[in-house]
Design a protein around this ligand. Structure first.
Ligand code: FDA
Length: 469
Protein backbone atom coordinates (compact mmCIF):
# COMPACT_ATOMS: atom_id res chain seq x y z
CA UNK A 1 0.00 0.00 0.00
CA UNK A 2 3.05 2.26 0.09
CA UNK A 3 3.04 4.01 -3.26
CA UNK A 4 5.87 6.09 -4.57
CA UNK A 5 4.95 8.88 -6.95
CA UNK A 6 7.27 11.54 -8.18
CA UNK A 7 7.14 14.41 -10.56
CA UNK A 8 4.02 16.20 -9.34
CA UNK A 9 5.76 19.08 -7.64
CA UNK A 10 9.02 20.69 -6.77
CA UNK A 11 10.41 18.05 -4.43
CA UNK A 12 11.31 18.45 -0.80
CA UNK A 13 13.18 21.62 -0.11
CA UNK A 14 13.76 22.20 3.57
CA UNK A 15 14.73 25.79 2.91
CA UNK A 16 11.03 26.38 2.13
CA UNK A 17 10.16 25.60 5.69
CA UNK A 18 13.10 26.03 7.94
CA UNK A 19 13.19 29.54 9.26
CA UNK A 20 13.17 28.83 12.96
CA UNK A 21 13.56 26.03 15.45
CA UNK A 22 13.55 22.50 14.03
CA UNK A 23 12.58 19.44 16.08
CA UNK A 24 13.50 15.94 14.93
CA UNK A 25 11.26 12.99 15.70
CA UNK A 26 10.45 9.59 14.22
CA UNK A 27 6.77 10.19 13.40
CA UNK A 28 4.64 13.34 13.17
CA UNK A 29 0.91 12.78 13.66
CA UNK A 30 -1.33 15.57 12.36
CA UNK A 31 -4.58 15.68 14.35
CA UNK A 32 -5.33 14.75 17.97
CA UNK A 33 -8.65 13.06 17.28
CA UNK A 34 -9.00 9.43 18.37
CA UNK A 35 -7.38 8.04 15.20
CA UNK A 36 -4.28 10.21 15.59
CA UNK A 37 -3.98 9.68 19.35
CA UNK A 38 -4.28 5.90 19.14
CA UNK A 39 -1.57 5.85 16.45
CA UNK A 40 0.68 8.03 18.60
CA UNK A 41 0.16 6.03 21.81
CA UNK A 42 0.92 2.70 20.13
CA UNK A 43 4.02 4.07 18.38
CA UNK A 44 5.30 5.57 21.60
CA UNK A 45 4.67 2.33 23.50
CA UNK A 46 6.90 0.65 20.91
CA UNK A 47 9.71 3.13 21.60
CA UNK A 48 9.17 5.54 18.71
CA UNK A 49 9.54 9.29 19.16
CA UNK A 50 6.22 10.92 18.25
CA UNK A 51 4.91 14.48 18.02
CA UNK A 52 1.16 15.14 17.66
CA UNK A 53 0.24 18.47 16.06
CA UNK A 54 -3.30 19.63 16.77
CA UNK A 55 -4.95 22.71 15.31
CA UNK A 56 -7.41 23.22 18.15
CA UNK A 57 -6.75 24.17 21.76
CA UNK A 58 -7.94 20.73 22.90
CA UNK A 59 -7.68 17.05 21.99
CA UNK A 60 -10.56 14.84 20.87
CA UNK A 61 -11.61 16.25 17.49
CA UNK A 62 -15.22 15.18 16.97
CA UNK A 63 -15.42 14.03 20.60
CA UNK A 64 -16.19 16.89 22.96
CA UNK A 65 -17.83 16.65 26.37
CA UNK A 66 -18.51 20.11 27.73
CA UNK A 67 -20.63 21.79 30.37
CA UNK A 68 -22.83 24.38 28.69
CA UNK A 69 -25.25 26.48 30.75
CA UNK A 70 -24.57 24.22 33.74
CA UNK A 71 -25.38 20.98 31.92
CA UNK A 72 -22.75 18.42 30.85
CA UNK A 73 -23.35 17.65 27.18
CA UNK A 74 -21.97 15.17 24.66
CA UNK A 75 -21.49 17.70 21.89
CA UNK A 76 -19.94 15.18 19.50
CA UNK A 77 -19.89 11.39 19.50
CA UNK A 78 -21.24 9.59 22.54
CA UNK A 79 -22.65 6.06 22.03
CA UNK A 80 -20.84 2.76 21.67
CA UNK A 81 -22.42 -0.54 20.59
CA UNK A 82 -21.61 -4.21 21.25
CA UNK A 83 -20.14 -4.81 17.75
CA UNK A 84 -17.62 -1.99 18.26
CA UNK A 85 -15.05 -4.25 19.84
CA UNK A 86 -12.04 -2.01 19.14
CA UNK A 87 -13.39 1.03 20.98
CA UNK A 88 -14.83 -1.17 23.74
CA UNK A 89 -11.41 -2.77 24.27
CA UNK A 90 -9.81 0.67 24.41
CA UNK A 91 -12.40 1.95 26.90
CA UNK A 92 -11.60 -1.08 29.01
CA UNK A 93 -7.84 -0.58 28.69
CA UNK A 94 -8.24 3.06 29.77
CA UNK A 95 -10.23 1.95 32.82
CA UNK A 96 -13.35 3.92 31.90
CA UNK A 97 -16.71 2.73 33.25
CA UNK A 98 -19.78 2.79 30.96
CA UNK A 99 -23.53 2.93 31.53
CA UNK A 100 -26.51 1.86 29.44
CA UNK A 101 -28.75 4.31 27.61
CA UNK A 102 -32.12 4.63 29.39
CA UNK A 103 -34.62 2.53 27.47
CA UNK A 104 -37.40 1.44 29.84
CA UNK A 105 -40.89 2.15 28.54
CA UNK A 106 -42.48 2.68 25.15
CA UNK A 107 -41.10 4.54 22.16
CA UNK A 108 -42.98 7.03 19.97
CA UNK A 109 -43.46 6.91 16.19
CA UNK A 110 -45.22 9.40 13.94
CA UNK A 111 -46.07 7.91 10.56
CA UNK A 112 -47.15 9.19 7.16
CA UNK A 113 -50.68 9.66 8.41
CA UNK A 114 -49.34 12.13 10.99
CA UNK A 115 -50.71 10.07 13.90
CA UNK A 116 -48.55 9.68 17.02
CA UNK A 117 -48.34 6.06 18.19
CA UNK A 118 -46.40 4.46 21.03
CA UNK A 119 -44.82 1.03 20.66
CA UNK A 120 -42.54 -1.49 22.36
CA UNK A 121 -39.63 -3.30 20.68
CA UNK A 122 -37.97 -2.36 17.40
CA UNK A 123 -40.80 -2.63 14.85
CA UNK A 124 -42.47 0.70 14.14
CA UNK A 125 -46.30 0.70 14.41
CA UNK A 126 -46.90 0.92 10.66
CA UNK A 127 -49.57 -0.83 8.55
CA UNK A 128 -48.96 -4.59 8.20
CA UNK A 129 -48.14 -4.29 4.49
CA UNK A 130 -45.53 -1.63 5.24
CA UNK A 131 -44.06 -3.72 8.08
CA UNK A 132 -43.71 -6.66 5.69
CA UNK A 133 -41.92 -4.47 3.15
CA UNK A 134 -39.56 -3.10 5.82
CA UNK A 135 -38.76 -6.68 6.89
CA UNK A 136 -38.15 -7.74 3.28
CA UNK A 137 -35.83 -4.77 2.59
CA UNK A 138 -34.02 -5.37 5.89
CA UNK A 139 -33.39 -9.01 4.96
CA UNK A 140 -32.12 -7.95 1.52
CA UNK A 141 -29.76 -5.34 2.96
CA UNK A 142 -28.54 -7.81 5.59
CA UNK A 143 -27.71 -10.31 2.84
CA UNK A 144 -25.88 -7.67 0.78
CA UNK A 145 -23.94 -6.54 3.87
CA UNK A 146 -23.02 -10.13 4.76
CA UNK A 147 -21.35 -10.47 1.33
CA UNK A 148 -19.22 -7.36 1.87
CA UNK A 149 -15.79 -6.95 3.43
CA UNK A 150 -16.16 -3.41 4.79
CA UNK A 151 -12.45 -2.86 4.19
CA UNK A 152 -12.97 -3.49 0.46
CA UNK A 153 -16.58 -2.64 -0.48
CA UNK A 154 -15.50 -2.36 -4.13
CA UNK A 155 -14.91 -6.14 -4.14
CA UNK A 156 -18.58 -6.86 -3.35
CA UNK A 157 -20.05 -9.12 -6.08
CA UNK A 158 -22.62 -6.39 -6.95
CA UNK A 159 -20.33 -3.43 -6.33
CA UNK A 160 -20.49 -1.82 -9.77
CA UNK A 161 -24.27 -2.01 -10.04
CA UNK A 162 -24.82 -0.79 -6.48
CA UNK A 163 -22.38 2.11 -6.76
CA UNK A 164 -24.07 3.44 -9.92
CA UNK A 165 -27.41 4.20 -8.34
CA UNK A 166 -28.50 6.24 -5.39
CA UNK A 167 -29.85 4.50 -2.32
CA UNK A 168 -33.17 6.30 -2.94
CA UNK A 169 -33.34 4.88 -6.49
CA UNK A 170 -32.43 1.41 -5.20
CA UNK A 171 -35.30 1.60 -2.69
CA UNK A 172 -37.73 2.91 -5.34
CA UNK A 173 -36.88 -0.05 -7.58
CA UNK A 174 -37.73 -2.43 -4.76
CA UNK A 175 -40.99 -1.24 -3.31
CA UNK A 176 -43.87 1.11 -4.04
CA UNK A 177 -44.56 1.40 -0.33
CA UNK A 178 -43.56 4.98 0.47
CA UNK A 179 -43.52 4.61 4.23
CA UNK A 180 -41.32 1.51 4.00
CA UNK A 181 -38.89 3.42 1.77
CA UNK A 182 -38.91 6.43 4.06
CA UNK A 183 -38.14 4.31 7.12
CA UNK A 184 -35.41 2.18 5.57
CA UNK A 185 -33.95 5.30 3.95
CA UNK A 186 -33.95 7.07 7.33
CA UNK A 187 -31.72 4.53 9.05
CA UNK A 188 -28.85 5.15 6.64
CA UNK A 189 -29.60 8.60 5.22
CA UNK A 190 -30.57 11.11 7.94
CA UNK A 191 -29.56 8.84 10.84
CA UNK A 192 -26.06 7.77 9.74
CA UNK A 193 -24.59 9.46 6.66
CA UNK A 194 -26.70 12.57 7.40
CA UNK A 195 -27.31 13.06 3.69
CA UNK A 196 -30.51 12.60 1.68
CA UNK A 197 -30.84 9.03 0.36
CA UNK A 198 -30.52 10.33 -3.24
CA UNK A 199 -27.05 11.78 -2.49
CA UNK A 200 -25.09 8.55 -1.92
CA UNK A 201 -24.92 5.19 -3.61
CA UNK A 202 -26.61 1.95 -2.66
CA UNK A 203 -23.07 0.53 -2.25
CA UNK A 204 -22.29 3.18 0.37
CA UNK A 205 -25.53 2.24 2.13
CA UNK A 206 -24.44 -1.40 2.20
CA UNK A 207 -21.00 -0.33 3.48
CA UNK A 208 -22.67 1.58 6.31
CA UNK A 209 -24.59 -1.57 7.23
CA UNK A 210 -21.60 -3.94 6.82
CA UNK A 211 -19.38 -1.67 8.90
CA UNK A 212 -21.82 -2.06 11.79
CA UNK A 213 -22.09 -5.84 11.32
CA UNK A 214 -25.56 -5.82 9.69
CA UNK A 215 -28.32 -3.49 8.56
CA UNK A 216 -30.49 -4.94 11.36
CA UNK A 217 -28.04 -3.42 13.84
CA UNK A 218 -28.73 0.07 12.50
CA UNK A 219 -32.47 -0.51 12.87
CA UNK A 220 -32.11 -1.54 16.49
CA UNK A 221 -31.55 1.62 18.56
CA UNK A 222 -30.98 -0.51 21.66
CA UNK A 223 -28.03 -2.09 19.87
CA UNK A 224 -26.40 0.77 17.96
CA UNK A 225 -26.97 3.36 20.70
CA UNK A 226 -26.22 1.00 23.54
CA UNK A 227 -23.80 2.50 26.09
CA UNK A 228 -22.07 5.72 27.09
CA UNK A 229 -18.87 6.41 29.00
CA UNK A 230 -19.35 7.75 32.53
CA UNK A 231 -18.35 11.42 32.42
CA UNK A 232 -18.43 11.52 28.62
CA UNK A 233 -16.80 9.86 25.60
CA UNK A 234 -14.17 12.64 25.35
CA UNK A 235 -12.55 10.87 28.31
CA UNK A 236 -11.16 8.42 25.74
CA UNK A 237 -8.98 11.00 23.91
CA UNK A 238 -8.20 12.77 27.19
CA UNK A 239 -6.87 9.54 28.73
CA UNK A 240 -4.93 8.75 25.55
CA UNK A 241 -3.39 12.22 25.74
CA UNK A 242 -2.30 11.48 29.33
CA UNK A 243 -0.16 8.70 27.86
CA UNK A 244 1.65 11.15 25.59
CA UNK A 245 3.31 13.59 28.01
CA UNK A 246 5.17 16.32 26.14
CA UNK A 247 4.22 14.97 22.73
CA UNK A 248 1.05 16.94 21.95
CA UNK A 249 1.28 20.48 20.58
CA UNK A 250 -2.08 22.24 20.76
CA UNK A 251 -2.92 25.39 18.76
CA UNK A 252 -0.59 24.07 16.05
CA UNK A 253 -2.41 23.82 12.71
CA UNK A 254 -0.19 22.20 10.11
CA UNK A 255 0.05 24.35 7.03
CA UNK A 256 2.73 22.66 4.97
CA UNK A 257 4.42 19.28 4.55
CA UNK A 258 7.47 18.88 2.31
CA UNK A 259 8.27 15.24 1.66
CA UNK A 260 10.36 12.78 -0.29
CA UNK A 261 10.96 9.08 0.02
CA UNK A 262 13.24 9.52 3.04
CA UNK A 263 10.92 11.57 5.20
CA UNK A 264 9.13 14.84 5.65
CA UNK A 265 9.42 18.35 7.02
CA UNK A 266 6.19 19.55 8.61
CA UNK A 267 5.39 23.16 9.39
CA UNK A 268 3.10 24.07 12.27
CA UNK A 269 3.95 26.06 15.40
CA UNK A 270 7.53 25.30 14.37
CA UNK A 271 9.21 22.89 11.98
CA UNK A 272 9.43 19.13 12.54
CA UNK A 273 11.53 16.61 10.65
CA UNK A 274 10.41 12.99 10.70
CA UNK A 275 10.65 9.70 8.87
CA UNK A 276 6.85 9.33 8.63
CA UNK A 277 3.81 11.58 8.82
CA UNK A 278 0.33 10.35 9.72
CA UNK A 279 -2.31 12.78 8.48
CA UNK A 280 -5.15 11.95 10.90
CA UNK A 281 -7.70 14.53 9.73
CA UNK A 282 -11.02 14.15 7.88
CA UNK A 283 -10.50 13.79 4.08
CA UNK A 284 -12.12 17.18 3.46
CA UNK A 285 -9.40 18.94 5.46
CA UNK A 286 -6.36 17.30 3.84
CA UNK A 287 -6.32 19.87 1.05
CA UNK A 288 -5.91 22.70 3.54
CA UNK A 289 -2.34 21.50 3.98
CA UNK A 290 0.10 22.42 1.21
CA UNK A 291 2.12 19.37 0.21
CA UNK A 292 5.40 19.76 -1.63
CA UNK A 293 5.57 17.97 -3.94
CA UNK A 294 1.80 18.08 -4.38
CA UNK A 295 -0.12 14.87 -3.71
CA UNK A 296 -0.76 12.80 -6.84
CA UNK A 297 -3.68 14.30 -8.82
CA UNK A 298 -5.93 11.28 -8.37
CA UNK A 299 -5.49 11.44 -4.59
CA UNK A 300 -6.58 15.07 -4.56
CA UNK A 301 -9.48 14.36 -6.90
CA UNK A 302 -10.58 11.45 -4.73
CA UNK A 303 -10.96 13.68 -1.69
CA UNK A 304 -13.05 16.14 -3.69
CA UNK A 305 -15.57 13.33 -4.08
CA UNK A 306 -15.85 12.88 -0.31
CA UNK A 307 -18.05 15.33 1.57
CA UNK A 308 -19.34 15.86 5.07
CA UNK A 309 -22.92 15.10 5.95
CA UNK A 310 -24.86 17.68 7.89
CA UNK A 311 -26.78 17.20 11.11
CA UNK A 312 -27.73 19.48 13.98
CA UNK A 313 -27.40 17.62 17.28
CA UNK A 314 -29.87 19.15 19.76
CA UNK A 315 -29.57 19.04 23.53
CA UNK A 316 -32.72 20.02 25.41
CA UNK A 317 -32.71 19.96 29.21
CA UNK A 318 -35.77 19.86 31.53
CA UNK A 319 -36.07 20.04 35.30
CA UNK A 320 -36.79 16.28 35.28
CA UNK A 321 -37.21 13.48 32.70
CA UNK A 322 -40.97 14.06 32.53
CA UNK A 323 -41.49 11.58 29.68
CA UNK A 324 -40.54 8.70 31.98
CA UNK A 325 -43.63 9.57 34.09
CA UNK A 326 -45.72 8.83 30.98
CA UNK A 327 -44.10 5.40 30.61
CA UNK A 328 -41.98 6.62 27.68
CA UNK A 329 -38.37 5.63 27.07
CA UNK A 330 -37.65 8.93 25.35
CA UNK A 331 -36.92 7.16 22.05
CA UNK A 332 -38.87 8.80 19.22
CA UNK A 333 -38.75 8.52 15.41
CA UNK A 334 -40.45 9.99 12.42
CA UNK A 335 -39.22 10.31 8.85
CA UNK A 336 -41.86 13.06 8.56
CA UNK A 337 -40.84 15.38 11.40
CA UNK A 338 -38.06 17.93 11.44
CA UNK A 339 -36.46 16.12 14.39
CA UNK A 340 -36.33 12.65 12.82
CA UNK A 341 -35.05 10.88 15.97
CA UNK A 342 -34.69 11.74 19.66
CA UNK A 343 -33.58 9.90 22.81
CA UNK A 344 -33.36 10.16 26.56
CA UNK A 345 -29.83 11.41 27.13
CA UNK A 346 -29.82 11.98 30.88
CA UNK A 347 -26.43 11.98 32.52
CA UNK A 348 -25.63 9.26 35.01
CA UNK A 349 -25.03 11.78 37.79
CA UNK A 350 -27.72 14.42 37.16
CA UNK A 351 -31.46 14.13 38.02
CA UNK A 352 -32.45 16.59 35.30
CA UNK A 353 -34.06 15.36 32.09
CA UNK A 354 -31.98 15.67 28.92
CA UNK A 355 -33.29 14.86 25.46
CA UNK A 356 -30.99 14.60 22.46
CA UNK A 357 -32.45 14.99 18.98
CA UNK A 358 -31.19 15.25 15.41
CA UNK A 359 -32.16 17.42 12.43
CA UNK A 360 -30.46 16.15 9.29
CA UNK A 361 -29.39 17.20 5.79
CA UNK A 362 -31.90 19.35 3.85
CA UNK A 363 -33.98 20.01 6.97
CA UNK A 364 -30.86 21.19 8.75
CA UNK A 365 -30.04 23.44 5.78
CA UNK A 366 -33.44 25.07 6.09
CA UNK A 367 -33.35 25.41 9.85
CA UNK A 368 -29.99 27.14 9.70
CA UNK A 369 -31.54 29.91 7.60
CA UNK A 370 -33.88 30.74 10.51
CA UNK A 371 -33.14 32.94 13.48
CA UNK A 372 -31.98 30.98 16.56
CA UNK A 373 -35.34 31.78 18.21
CA UNK A 374 -37.38 30.51 15.25
CA UNK A 375 -35.22 27.39 15.02
CA UNK A 376 -35.66 26.61 18.69
CA UNK A 377 -39.43 27.15 18.42
CA UNK A 378 -39.64 24.69 15.52
CA UNK A 379 -37.54 22.09 17.34
CA UNK A 380 -39.60 22.38 20.53
CA UNK A 381 -42.81 22.00 18.48
CA UNK A 382 -41.40 18.80 17.03
CA UNK A 383 -40.46 17.48 20.49
CA UNK A 384 -43.93 18.39 21.80
CA UNK A 385 -45.32 16.25 18.97
CA UNK A 386 -43.45 13.28 20.44
CA UNK A 387 -43.60 13.90 24.21
CA UNK A 388 -46.49 16.32 24.76
CA UNK A 389 -46.78 20.01 25.62
CA UNK A 390 -44.31 19.82 28.51
CA UNK A 391 -41.52 19.51 25.96
CA UNK A 392 -42.13 23.17 25.12
CA UNK A 393 -40.60 24.28 28.43
CA UNK A 394 -36.94 23.34 28.72
CA UNK A 395 -34.56 24.93 31.20
CA UNK A 396 -31.67 24.83 28.71
CA UNK A 397 -31.33 24.43 24.93
CA UNK A 398 -28.15 23.94 22.86
CA UNK A 399 -27.28 23.03 19.28
CA UNK A 400 -23.91 21.40 18.51
CA UNK A 401 -22.15 23.68 15.99
CA UNK A 402 -20.00 21.21 14.00
CA UNK A 403 -20.84 22.51 10.54
CA UNK A 404 -19.54 25.95 11.50
CA UNK A 405 -16.40 24.51 13.07
CA UNK A 406 -13.28 25.28 11.08
CA UNK A 407 -11.57 22.00 12.01
CA UNK A 408 -14.51 19.72 11.25
CA UNK A 409 -17.05 21.31 8.89
CA UNK A 410 -20.04 18.98 9.19
CA UNK A 411 -21.32 15.94 11.09
CA UNK A 412 -21.10 13.08 11.69
CA UNK A 413 -18.55 12.28 9.01
CA UNK A 414 -17.71 12.22 5.31
CA UNK A 415 -18.81 9.81 2.59
CA UNK A 416 -18.35 9.45 -1.17
CA UNK A 417 -20.67 10.73 -3.84
CA UNK A 418 -22.26 8.20 -6.21
CA UNK A 419 -19.65 6.03 -7.94
CA UNK A 420 -16.78 7.18 -5.71
CA UNK A 421 -16.17 3.92 -3.84
CA UNK A 422 -15.64 1.84 -6.98
CA UNK A 423 -13.83 4.61 -8.85
CA UNK A 424 -11.15 5.19 -6.23
CA UNK A 425 -11.32 1.89 -4.35
CA UNK A 426 -8.03 0.91 -2.68
CA UNK A 427 -6.55 4.40 -3.23
CA UNK A 428 -8.69 5.35 -0.24
CA UNK A 429 -6.13 4.04 2.22
CA UNK A 430 -3.01 4.25 0.08
CA UNK A 431 0.10 5.96 1.45
CA UNK A 432 1.96 8.58 -0.55
CA UNK A 433 5.69 8.22 0.11
CA UNK A 434 6.15 8.67 3.88
CA UNK A 435 2.59 10.01 4.31
CA UNK A 436 -0.29 7.90 5.69
CA UNK A 437 -3.88 9.22 5.69
CA UNK A 438 -6.33 8.03 8.34
CA UNK A 439 -9.64 8.91 10.00
CA UNK A 440 -12.90 7.18 10.88
CA UNK A 441 -14.26 8.43 7.53
CA UNK A 442 -12.16 5.88 5.65
CA UNK A 443 -12.41 3.01 8.13
CA UNK A 444 -13.92 -0.35 7.18
CA UNK A 445 -15.45 -1.79 10.34
CA UNK A 446 -16.61 1.15 12.44
CA UNK A 447 -16.91 3.46 9.40
CA UNK A 448 -17.89 6.97 10.63
CA UNK A 449 -17.69 5.83 14.25
CA UNK A 450 -15.11 6.14 17.00
CA UNK A 451 -14.60 2.41 16.65
CA UNK A 452 -13.34 3.00 13.09
CA UNK A 453 -10.99 5.74 14.32
CA UNK A 454 -9.52 3.31 16.89
CA UNK A 455 -9.12 0.58 14.26
CA UNK A 456 -7.37 2.97 11.86
CA UNK A 457 -5.03 4.11 14.61
CA UNK A 458 -4.15 0.56 15.69
CA UNK A 459 -3.59 -0.74 12.15
CA UNK A 460 -1.59 2.30 11.05
CA UNK A 461 0.73 2.09 14.05
CA UNK A 462 1.27 -1.63 13.41
CA UNK A 463 2.02 -0.94 9.74
CA UNK A 464 4.51 1.83 10.49
CA UNK A 465 6.22 -0.26 13.15
CA UNK A 466 6.55 -3.11 10.66
CA UNK A 467 8.26 -0.72 8.29
CA UNK A 468 10.52 0.71 10.99
CA UNK A 469 11.90 -2.72 11.91
P1 FDA B 1 -11.46 13.83 14.18
O1 FDA B 1 -12.15 14.76 13.24
O2 FDA B 1 -12.09 13.57 15.49
O3 FDA B 1 -9.97 14.35 14.46
C1 FDA B 1 -9.23 15.07 13.51
C2 FDA B 1 -8.36 16.09 14.25
O4 FDA B 1 -7.50 16.73 13.33
C3 FDA B 1 -9.17 17.19 14.92
O5 FDA B 1 -8.79 17.32 16.28
C4 FDA B 1 -8.81 18.46 14.13
O6 FDA B 1 -8.82 19.62 14.91
C5 FDA B 1 -7.41 18.10 13.65
N1 FDA B 1 -6.95 18.82 12.45
C6 FDA B 1 -7.60 19.00 11.28
N2 FDA B 1 -6.82 19.66 10.41
C7 FDA B 1 -5.64 19.89 11.04
C8 FDA B 1 -4.42 20.52 10.65
N3 FDA B 1 -4.24 21.07 9.45
N4 FDA B 1 -3.41 20.58 11.56
C9 FDA B 1 -3.53 20.04 12.81
N5 FDA B 1 -4.67 19.43 13.22
C10 FDA B 1 -5.71 19.34 12.33
N6 FDA B 1 -19.30 8.17 16.67
C11 FDA B 1 -19.66 7.16 17.51
O7 FDA B 1 -18.97 6.14 17.54
N7 FDA B 1 -20.78 7.27 18.29
C12 FDA B 1 -21.58 8.38 18.27
O8 FDA B 1 -22.57 8.47 19.04
C13 FDA B 1 -21.22 9.43 17.39
N8 FDA B 1 -21.98 10.56 17.33
C14 FDA B 1 -21.48 11.69 16.71
C15 FDA B 1 -22.14 12.91 16.85
C16 FDA B 1 -21.60 14.06 16.28
C17 FDA B 1 -22.35 15.35 16.43
C18 FDA B 1 -20.38 13.98 15.56
C19 FDA B 1 -19.77 15.23 14.96
C20 FDA B 1 -19.72 12.78 15.41
C21 FDA B 1 -20.27 11.61 15.97
N9 FDA B 1 -19.63 10.38 15.87
C22 FDA B 1 -20.04 9.32 16.63
C23 FDA B 1 -18.45 10.23 14.99
C24 FDA B 1 -17.12 10.25 15.75
O9 FDA B 1 -17.09 11.33 16.65
C25 FDA B 1 -15.98 10.36 14.74
O10 FDA B 1 -16.09 9.32 13.79
C26 FDA B 1 -14.58 10.26 15.37
O11 FDA B 1 -14.49 11.00 16.56
C27 FDA B 1 -13.55 10.76 14.35
O12 FDA B 1 -12.23 10.64 14.87
P2 FDA B 1 -11.00 10.97 13.91
O13 FDA B 1 -9.78 10.91 14.73
O14 FDA B 1 -11.06 10.10 12.71
O15 FDA B 1 -11.26 12.47 13.37
Amino acid sequence: MNSTRRGYGRGRDDNDLVNGEVEETDVVVIGAGVSGLVTAVRLREAGQRVVVLEARDRVGGRLLTETVGGVRLEIGGQWVSPDQTAVLALIDELGLPTFARYRAGESVYIGRDGVRRTFAGEAFPVPATTAAEVDRLTAELDALAAAMDPLAPWDHPDADALDRISFAAWLEARTDDLEARDNVGLYIGPAMLTKPAHAFSALTAVLMAASAGAFSHLVDADFILDRRVVGGLQKVPLRLADRLPGAIRLNSPVTEVAWDEDGATTKADKVYKSRQVVVAVPPTLVDRIRFAPALPPVHRQMRQHQSFGMVIKLHVTYDRPFWREQGLSGTAFSPYRVVHEAYDNCNEDDPRGILVGFVSDTRADRLLTLTPEARQAEVLDALAGYYGAEAQHPIAYYESPWAADEWTGGAFGTSFDIGGLTRYNSLLREDVGPLAFISSDIAGLGFLHVDGAVRMGESTAARLLGRAR
